[in-house]
Design a protein around this ligand. Structure first.
Ligand SMILES: Cc1ncc(COP(=O)(O)O)c(C=O)c1O
Length: 353
């Protein structure tokens, strides 16, 4: 991997030391070019515009490749939380419980808590991790879903998805994964890890503009649920065709059998165009290489922070963390500002940096 060449494709690295992907991924020249070209195509609506339409559709295929799924299992969503809300409203149609953790991103708890008839169980973290046994002990025959952030939003704790997927399925629960802190920076395999639903936005490790995202629904579950937020994309293709070109006959609504039945309506084409360019770059660079480089950088940072005796909020063992490193420090917000003034970009999170 030619790191120097790649850094040139991220112009902000000339002036800044950028440690802030967990908040917003750095913008590459690939994304900037795609946004410019897309805007120019919109001005003319000529051949270039239809080329961009094709690329936007192709972005589902690229995302599917990044998670080991099929293109036909991917729906467009505007952001991770919209996908998680869709999933929770799909599956919470009966009484029961959902198991998640006390270090998940707030959205991941809220989307379950909003269903008053569901008990939301929070598995507790210990020493910056949530042990598998702690999650398993909350799962029972009434568990509708086990829902986790694959990689934790503030300390980078990485779940063992394969083991969790097996635990969920042993008890007949769905396995739901928020992958915004992982997809684009590590290998994901929805089949190996028995993932039923996955949601991820574009703007962190996919390095795209905000406003695009992808929802994966396992093939055999696609026509199991009523779309909770139906849009024109949810309609049966023939009925849609008749209603657009001929006359209104929606009284007997039929939903499409395809995954787009879960789409929320018109998407941000511009964000999708930028994310298409970014995912193409990521796939060309190679996920294994990106993952390995990130592992080396994380380890370097952890080793040096430990030498300085900084209290770590991230797991110590390499196999339990990914991408995000957090150490405790007083006045974290103040330090974030001071570092920014020195052109070092970090995020203050949960009593640390
Ligand atoms: C794990 C996790 N999930 C969800 C979100 C929010 O994602 P979105 O803005 O795409 O809804 C974040 C943002 O930091 C996050 O870290």
């Amino acid at each position: 991997m030619n790191v120097e060449r790649i850094r040139e494709e991220f112009p902000l690295t000339k002036d800044y030391i950028y440690f802030n992907n967990a908040a917003t991924g750095a913008c590459s020249t690939h994304v900037a070019e795609a946004l410019k070209e897309y805007a120019e195509a919109r001005l003319t609506l000529g051949q270039e515009a239809s080329l961009w339409n094709e690329r936007i559709v192709e972005s589902k295929r690229l995302f599917a490749k990044l998670i080991g799924a099929k293109e036909s299992e991917i729906a467009f969503i505007p952001n991770t939380t919209a996908g998680l809300n869709t999933i929770s409203s799909m599956v919470c149609t009966r009484k029961g419980n959902v198991v998640t953790t006390d270090i998940g991103f707030p959205s991941n708890v809220l989307v379950w808590l909003k269903h008053g008839h569901i008990e939301t169980r929070l598995a507790k973290s210990r020493e910056n991790k949530v042990p598998l046994e702690e999650i398993s002990r909350h799962i029972d025959g009434d568990t509708i879903a086990v829902a986790v952030d694959q990689v934790g939003w503030f300390n980078g704790f990485k779940h063992d998805l394969k083991a969790l997927g097996e635990e969920a399925h042993k008890k007949g629960a769905y396995f739901v994964v928020d992958a915004i802190q992982s997809v684009g920076s590590m290998k994901i395999d929805v089949r190996r890890d028995e993932i039923d639903f996955l949601s991820a936005g574009s703007y962190k490790w996919l390095l795209g503009p905000p406003g695009a995202g992808f929802l994966y629904v396992r093939e055999d579950l696609i026509d199991e649920f009523v779309p909770p937020f139906p849009s024109i994309n949810s309609m049966d293709e023939e009925q849609l065709d008749r209603n657009i070109y001929d006359a209104f006959d929606l009284y007997q609504l039929k939903f499409s059998g395809k995954v787009q039945r879960y789409e929320l309506g018109t998407i941000s084409d511009a964000s999708c165009a930028g994310t298409w360019a970014s995912m193409k770059m990521i796939l060309e660079l190679g996920i294994d290489q990106i993952e390995e480089r990130l592992r080396e950088l994380d380890q370097y940072l952890v080793d040096h922070l430990e030498e300085l005796h900084m209290p770590m909020q991230s797991p110590r063992e390499e196999q339990s963390r990914h991408g995000i490193v957090n150490f405790k420090i007083k006045n974290n917000r103040e330090l974030e500002k001071r570092l920014r003034a020195k052109k070092i970009v970090v995020s203050a999170r949960v009593g640390g940096i």
